[in-house]
Every structure is written in structure tokens, then in C-alpha cells.
Design a protein around this ligand. Structure first.
Ligand code: FAD
Length: 460
């Protein structure tokens, strides 16, 4: 029986696994975490609207319905394309077909200072860390005698006016103005500042002008200061520096100004496009290795002269496509080149307000918001997650309140426990590969943790 290995169980991997289940193939899914994450709602975890468990779903419980599909929790560190083997910390796993669907990471464009001090949102614990931080700065502001430091504690700088930055800014504004004003009567929370910095001339870059203008006006009405054509040059734990020479005292810097292919792309000797995305053939395979497919945020494929965007629907359609392509190949058939069907894009700004660009339809306001809610509930995985999310949304909408206002301290496992769970010995040759996978899991987590620690040290 031929073996298909799928690396990454995000939006693309899950569709590929679903399409390959029950097709007489041995399908092995590898992911460094044991859950599928619904990234579009991460900002709601970061702003205390949803609990982290509402937007994640166990991979094992998803795949138990897919015949012939197995899961192993492992971080892939390299791929030997010639030997057709996937390399993890503990094993080399052979494959006949490989689907690479490892998504993307935040792009700080080489600005180490910003990388050290900024928060970003890519993984579940990023969202929990950011929520902890946002709530902690208010706790610290209560005790802070110096008005200047207090003001900086209650200033939030968001870099990047794309959908993530815009959604986070809107949701943070509602958290502070609707909820935290009631929690902190001793603080002038209404004076807290949320500043959205965008390097280009518009927020929501890919949307039509009319919707961009609506989003900007709406954010401003919600108390968000929108500064366009304002690139950031650097940061310290309590200050954000602008390219025009200005600076903003702020203990919170949230970075959503760019994404790039996941670090695994860096260890593969294949042509790359912008942001390290791997250039693929029209059937999403590699030119020199037709048995290897790359999908989702990792893949660079141009359609009508432009690269496909890094969006969940692209990854999902590509996942479905490669499953069909592999099955067809096994049956000796051919499949037409992949073509992305753009059903439209949406972004939410706040309660009763969103924008939707669906073909000729340019929706904004309440109906766009309703459509956004419905669509996100529909795509969220797991019945329980949908119910929990709907309840939390209804609660927030009706009572102007958010349930998850918890400052939690994440504790790592004792070292001896950890060594029992994972064999951390890495063969010499793999250590080399690991060293090349810059910024993956632990290494990057460590750097971010240093940034967070630095932020947390001073205001105490
Ligand atoms: C905050 C945020 C908001 C977003 N909002 C929207 C939105 O509103 N609409 C939209 O369409 N898109 C949105 N996106 C983009 C969308 O989430 C991505 O385009 C989509 O997730 C890409 O799917 P993927 O399958 O390529 O990768 P992912 O869904 O990122 O999945 C990658 C998987 O690979 C695993 N992985 C990574 N590296 C390794 C490794 N070395 N070994 C093993 N496993 C590995 C990860 O654990 C993960 O499970 C948003 C993204 C973010 C971060």
C-alpha cells in the first residue's frame, strides 16, 4: 500500500487528509501540535472574547472518521527529497507521496528589535500570552503612581492595518471601552489609547476603496487612532519608534504587518517566491519531485499574474485538490491544473460592523457582520466549539461583557517529565538541519518569551 505523508494539519492538511481517507492509501498526518487551530479567531482569544479551547480541535478526534488516516505528533525538521524521507527529531519516515502544509509564521522583515519586543498572533499560546499581557498592564496601571508610565501602560500600538490588525484593534477597543472601564473604576480606562499604524495609504489593503474608507471611519468612531503612511523602525519594551523620527511610549506593541512561509521552507533546496513560499507547478507539485505537493501558505502559485493570497480558503481548496490529484495518479489518470475559486473576503471591525467583498457585492455594516458570524461558525471545527463560540458572542453582544478575563500563568512541565514524554536526543546530522530551521517552535518561542519578559519587568 502506498504511503502519503501530510505535514501540517491546518486548513490545507485537514482537507487533504479528508480527501485521501478511505482511498486505499496509508495516510500519515504529522503535526507538531495535537490540535487543529482556527487562526482567524485568535484575536478573539487575545481580547478575552473566547476561551482557547473554542478555536482548537483535537486532530485525533478529527481523523478518527477518516479511514486509513493516522496521526503522529512530531515536528518535521527536514525532508530528504532524494531518499523520499521526512525527518523528525526521532525518526526518518519514508513516503511515496508527500503533502507539505506547514503554513506560515510572522514576518518581522529582519527587524530584530521589533521581533524581540512585539507580540504576534500565529499560535494558540501567542493569543493566551497576549491576553495575559493586555489584562496585566491594567493591573499594573492601577498600582502605578507615575502618570506618564500609567499612560504608556494603557497605550496599545498595533502595526499593520490588514484584516488581523484591524480586527484586533476593533476588538481591543470594545474590550477596553465596554468591559475594562467597568472593571477598573479607579483608572481612566476611557483615556487608554489604541493606535493602528499602517505603512501604506489604506487599512484593509486587498479590499475596495469604499470598504477601506468605511473600516477606517468605523475604527476611528470606536476610539482607535488610525495613522496611515506611518512605518515603524524599532522598539524597546516601553517605546515604539517610527521611521519619521517620532516615538510612542507604549508597553504593548502588536505586530501584524507581514507573514512568511513556515521555516521548513528554508531547509528545502527548491525555488522560492516572495516570503520564502515554495514555487509549485500548476498541479501544486514540485518541478523536480512530482510526488511532493506543497499547499496553503507555504505554496507560491500565480493565478492570472498574481500569487494566490495566504488565506484559509486557498489552503482548503488546495488541500482538496491534491487529494484528488494523488488519487487520480494512482488510478493512472490526469487532473486539470489547480484553479482557485475566490468566493470573496471579509473582515470584522466590531459589533454590528464588518466588510465583505463578494464578487460584485460590496457589503458593509450589520449584514456583512451577520454574514461574517455565520461563516465563521460554519467553518469552525467541532459542534461543541460552535456552541461555545455562539454563546460567548451572544453574551458579549447582549451584556457588553467578556467572560475570559483571566490572567493565567503558563507553567512548563518539569524537566524529568518532559524527557519521559519526548526523546530529545537529536542525531548529529539532524542537529544541523534543526539549526537551519531558524525561528521554529522552541527557538522562536524562547526569543518571544524574552521579549515578553522584558516588557513585564519594568512596570512591576
Ligand atoms: C491571526 C490570523 C487571522 C487570520 N484571519 C484569516 C481570515 O479571516 N480569513 C482567512 O481566509 N485567513 C485568515 N488567516 C490566514 C489563514 O489562517 C491561513 O491562510 C491558513 O491557516 C493557511 O493554512 P495552511 O494549511 O497553509 O496552514 P496552517 O493552517 O497555518 O496550518 C499549518 C499546520 O502545520 C503545523 N506545522 C507547522 N510547522 C510544522 C512542522 N515543522 N512540523 C509539523 N507540523 C508543523 C502547524 O502546527 C499547523 O497545524 C489568518 C491567520 C492569522 C494568523
Amino acid at each position: 500500500m502506498k504511503r502519503v505523508v501530510i505535514v501540517g494539519m491546518g486548513f490545507g492538511g485537514i482537507r487533504a487528509a479528508n480527501g485521501l481517507g478511505g482511498k486505499g492509501l496509508d495516510v500519515l498526518v504529522l503535526d507538531r501540535q495535537n490540535f487543529h487551530l482556527f487562526q482567524p479567531l485568535l484575536y478573539q482569544v487575545a481580547t478575552a472574547m473566547l476561551g482557547q479551547e473554542s478555536i482548537a480541535h483535537s486532530i485525533r478526534s478529527i481523523i478518527r472518521h477518516y479511514k486509513g488516516v493516522h496521526f503522529e505528533m512530531a515536528e518535521v525538521q527536514g525532508i530528504d527529497l532524494d531518499k523520499k524521507q521526512v525527518i523528525t527529531a526521532t525518526a526518518s519516515i519514508p513516503y511515496d507521496y508527500l503533502v507539505i502544509a506547514t503554513g506560515s509564521v510572522t514576518n518581522f522583515f529582519g527587524n530584530e528589535e521589533v521581533k524581540k519586543h512585539a507580540f504576534d498572533l500565529k499560535q494558540l499560546d501567542d493569543a493566551v500570552t497576549l491576553r495575559n499581557h493586555v489584562l496585566s498592564v491594567f493591573e499594573r496601571a492601577v498600582k502605578e503612581p507615575d502618570p506618564k508610565v500609567r499612560e504608556a501602560l494603557m497605550t496599545f500600538v498595533i502595526v499593520g492595518g490588514g484584516p488581523t490588525g484591524t480586527e484586533f484593534a476593533g476588538s481591543l477597543s470594545e474590550l477596553t471601552h465596554h468591559v475594562l472601564t467597568k472593571d477598573y473604576p479607579e483608572l481612566p480606562v476611557q483615556n487608554s489609547k489604541i493606535i493602528l499604524l499602517e505603512a501604506s495609504e489604506h487599512v484593509l489593503g486587498p479590499f475596495p476603496k469604499k470598504l477601506q474608507e468605511y473600516a477606517k471611519r468605523r475604527l476611528q468612531r470606536m476610539g482607535v487612532t488610525v495613522r496611515l503612511k506611518t512605518p515603524v523602525s524599532g522598539a524597546t519594551f516601553d517605546r515604539v519608534f517610527l521611521k519619521d523620527g517620532g516615538e510612542i511610549p507604549a508597553y504593548t506593541l502588536f505586530w501584524s504587518a507581514g507573514v512568511q512561509a513556515a521555516p521548513l521552507s528554508g531547509v528545502l533546496p527548491v525555488p522560492k517566491g516572495r516570503g520564502g513560499r515554495i514555487v509549485v507547478q500548476p498541479d501544486l507539485s514540485l518541478k523536480e519531485h512530482p510526488e511532493v505537493f506543497v499547499i496553503g501558505d507555504m505554496a507560491h502559485l500565480e493565478q492570472d499574474g498574481t500569487p494566490l493570497p495566504m488565506l484559509a480558503p486557498v489552503a482548503m481548496q488546495e488541500g482538496e485538490y491534491v487529494a484528488k490529484a494523488i488519487v487520480q495518479r494512482e488510478q493512472g489518470g490526469q487532473i486539470k491544473p489547480f484553479r482557485y475559486w475566490d468566493k470573496g473576503t471579509m473582515a470584522v471591525i466590531g459589533r454590528s460592523s464588518a466588510v465583505a467583498n463578494v464578487g460584485p457585492l460590496k457589503l458593509m455594516g450589520f449584514f456583512a457582520w451577520l454574514a461574517w458570524l455565520g461563516l465563521h461558525l460554519f467553518y469552525l471545527i467541532g459542534f461543541r466549539n460552535r456552541v461555545l463560540t455562539a454563546i460567548d458572542w451572544a453574551f458579549d453582544y447582549l451584556f457588553f461583557d467578556r467572560q475570559v478575563r483571566l490572567i493565567t500563568r503558563e507553567r512548563s512541565e518539569p524537566a524529568d517529565q518532559e524527557s519521559h514524554v519526548q526523546n530529545t536526543e537529536v542525531p548529529e546530522q539532524q542537529q544541523h538541519v534543526e539549526a537551519q530551521v531558524e525561528g521554529t517552535g522552541t527557538a522562536r518561542g524562547h526569543e518571544i518569551a524574552q521579549g515578553r519578559n522584558a516588557k513585564e519587568k519594568v512596570p512591576a
